[in-house]
Design a protein around this ligand. Sequence first.
Ligand code: ADP
Length: 165
Amino acid sequence: MSPKVRKAIYPGSFDPITNGHVDTIRRLVSLYDELIVLVANSSDKKYLFSANERVELVKRSLQAISGVKVNSHNGLTVEYAKEVGASVIIRGLRAVADFEYEMAMANMNKHLDREIETLIVFADPQYTFVSSRLVKGVSAHTIEKLEGLVPSAVLEAMKNKVRGT
Ligand code: ADP
């Protein structure tokens, strides 16, 4: 019998990916045989970056980390997990403000599929204030000040968005 492959999924909007996400991914990668960063695409959300752009930015931002797969998905995360044989979904927690949403989502996913476990990873303290939403808000006024908070590929993409190129 072949040994069991430990596969985990780290799903999110990644609109755009931040250094908080990258840090979490870096810490997780050695814990699993396969880590899949899943760029979610939901029809009822409005994104700054298209699904393709978000996947591309995630890939470019994770170039230095080996052993991570990047994919995008339109449906339920638990269905994707089942499809690829992953039994763990990982989410991040920055502060108490994240807690209720993450707990509701973990419980809903448990309701949808009891065999898939959600694990929570705390954000590194230096990134607890970093969110894609705030990054987008600030980017409308200054992009230079976002250095250190988002990967350089994201800085570049945000400059292009602001310029409309
Ligand atoms: P979603 O729209 O699904 O919440 P996000 O891309 O905003 O997608 O976040 C994906 C996951 O990453 C969430 O679990 C979120 O709590 C976590 N996360 C967001 N920002 C950070 C950060 N700065 N540090 C660590 N984890 C984070």
